[in-house]
Design a protein around this ligand. Structure first.
Ligand code: ARG
Length: 586
């Protein structure tokens, strides 16, 4: 109902103009959602702020505004309340017409931007020479969700994974490949190198046990950086092994396809970047290293902190690579917004590289570079999630655990309800619910905080969880099955009639999707959308408990069916933007 708000705002400004003269026609009417639905839907608080300026009581000011205010198309007669609030309550006919308008709209009233931008979402961007662990969950889930939302709004989104595919960690794996699978380097066929985790473990074991091997690993890094052909080939094979292993998990998580353009890609551009910084007089030599001094960052002694872009041995680091990335994204990709869903521990890194990017003139006022930081996944003891032996939990194990828990819940329910279901149904459902629960639990928290990973909580059928949301959807589909009604064929010209309080509440909530999406597109907080969907399920359940649907008389029956359909479609669309699939039965 963004349009409604806009219109009310303009009309309030016209009334201000009429009451106090044109000086007041641009004053912000301070229109907000009403604090208590008893008083209406919106309240305008402008009168309180004008008291001093006008030398009058706020209530008197509010009354003069109301006297000139004509919102009769949209609202019931406005009321002045409390110290000088103007309360506005939407008319039922207005709400009915608004709902009718979104009934035929596949976007459910969410407008498409008329200013589409080129956006890069930098995710999931793992460091690949490792096994996938719990730390890889959040960037994938949050990045996927933000991409979907920004794309839905109508921007041109490129998902680019800035994989950590270069440097020291590869030495060990390359050395191991050369030692254990020399034939991999002479054939053009892809060899079966086993799975990444055992490959990685074996390489690590060799590394820990043998000083000569460690020497070979260090040599491999030097040769890699020098561009040695055979080493490069070995590196490529290791990267492919890793990418393929990671892709299995991304597929399980149903992460939309992305392009891999990792650190190695920018390698050749690093000397240019340093040169350009030098030309722009931003470089300072500090103990042999090339640095840019930063504003607003100081060390413990209070001295300005340098950002190292080239080490004294000539090597480059993570920051240098990211500077090259910024430059490339602006100059070659011609991007207007870059979103980095990356852990909150990198908050300084991003603030620093963005600052240097601005100093260098790459980031101008018309491009937005934004870090969307997130917290850690914690175990039930409130500590970083670890296995019993103290290692980071493998992502695969985490997801398999969720699927197994979901399965147990489903089997219990089937038994309780004495239902007969096929194995295919059960395993499909367990996978969808298990994976959705993990994703939803992650997205429903404010992303900047840590959260506690708990199978019991995330799989609960009540509460702000994926199963609850999916279940609300299933309930709507149950109504369509029970009444043998095809929601898609509900009359385009059947009227919507809102009579009961719970119907009105549900209707108003349905009309707020556009506001939520537009907020999330700006502040990149998916938990707002989760909260919206949670409220929607809740409001739907209250409506369903209070208002008979199939047994109601016409025209109320069809009207209520339309409400069910709109709820179902809103849930389905909202969940799909979170990267979560619905099921028809559960
Ligand atoms: N590979 C990095 C890590 O795992 C994240 C990279 C994020 N993207 C970037 N452009 N720095 O910590």
């Amino acid at each position: 109902m963004k349009d409604t708000q806009e219109q009310l705002k303009l009309t309030l400004q016209e009334a201000l103009d009429a009451a106090f003269g044109s000086d007041y026609s641009k004053v912000d009417p301070v229109l907000v959602a009403a604090s208590n639905p008893k008083f209406g839907d919106y309240q305008a608080n402008v009168a309180l702020g004008l008291a001093k300026q006008l030398g009058q009581q706020p209530r008197a000011i509010a009354q003069q505004i109301v006297d000139k205010l004509d919102v009769s198309d949209i609202c019931k007669p406005p009321e002045v309340a409390g110290p000088g609030f103007i309360n506005l309550k939407l008319k039922t006919e207005y709400l009915e017409a608004q709902l009718k308008a979104i009934q035929g709209d596949p976007r459910l009233g969410v407008p498409q931007t008329n200013n589409p931008k080129r956006v890069i979402v930098d995710y999931p961007s793992p460091n690949i020479a490792k096994e996938m662990h719990v730390g890889h969950l959040r960037p994938a889930v949050i990045g996927d969700c933000l991409s979907r939302i920004v794309e839905f709004v109508g921007h041109k989104v490129e998902r680019i994974s800035h994989v950590g595919d270069w440097g020291t960690p590869f030495g060990m794996l390359i050395a191991y490949l050369e030692e254990a699978y020399p034939e991999a380097l002479t054939t053009t066929e892809t060899l079966n190198l086993g799975d990444l985790s055992s490959f990685y473990r074996q390489a690590k074991a060799r590394f820990d046990a043998d000083a000569n091997f460690q020497q070979a690993a260090r040599q491999a890094v030097v040769k890699l950086q020098a561009g040695d052909q055979k080493t490069l080939l070995a590196w490529k094979i290791v990267c492919q092994l890793s990418s393929r292993a990671y892709q299995v998990i991304y597929d399980l998580l149903e992460i939309a396809p992305f392009v891999e353009r990792g650190e190695s890609f920018y390698n050749a551009l690093l000397p240019e970047v340093v040169e350009e910084l030098d030309k722009k007089d931003l470089l300072v030599e500090n103990q042999g290293a090339k640095c840019v001094f930063l504003e607003g960052f100081t060390n413990r002694e209070g001295e300005p902190l340098p950002l190292i872009v080239q080490k004294s041995d000539g090597g480059y680091n993570y920051a240098a690579t990211d500077l090259a990335t910024i430059r490339y994204r602006v100059q070659v990709d011609k991007v207007q917004r870059v979103i980095y869903p990356v852990g909150i521990e990198q908050i300084n890194h991003f603030a620093q590289i963005f600052q240097v990017g601005r100093k260098a003139g790459w980031i101008t006022d018309d491009v937005e570079f934004v870090h969307a930081p997130f917290g850690l996944v914690l175990g039930e003891n409130g500590q970083k999630l670890k296995t019993r032996s103290g290692e980071a939990v493998r992502l695969r194990d985490l997801l398999d655990g969720a699927i197994a828990h979901a399965r147990a819940d489903i089997e219990n329910r089937i038994k309780e309800e004495a239902r007969e279901e096929t194995e295919e149904f059960v395993s499909n459902l367990a996978q969808v619910i298990g994976v959705s629960a993990v994703k939803y639990a992650d997205l429903s928290q404010n992303r900047t905080s840590n959260y506690i990973f708990s199978y019991d909580k995330m799989l609960a059928l009540k509460g702000n969880t994926a199963p609850y949301m999916v279940y609300a959807y299933v309930r709507t589909q149950g109504i369509s099955r029970e009444g043998n009604i095809d929601f898609e064929k509900l009359g385009a010209d059947a009227p919507i009639v809102l009579r009961q309080e719970t119907e009105l509440t549900l209707a108003k909530h349905l009309l707020q999707l556009d506001e939520i999406i537009s907020e999330v597109e700006k502040d990149l907080l998916p938990n707002r959308l989760c909260e919206y969907l949670y409220q929607l399920s809740d409001k739907f359940n209250k409506f369903y408990e209070n208002c008979p649907v199939l047994k109601a008389e016409e025209p109320v029956r069809t009207s209520r069916l339309i409400l069910c359909d709109l709820t179902a479609r809103t849930l389905k669309l909202g969940l799909s933007l979170l990267g979560i699939r619905v099921v028809e039965r559960m």
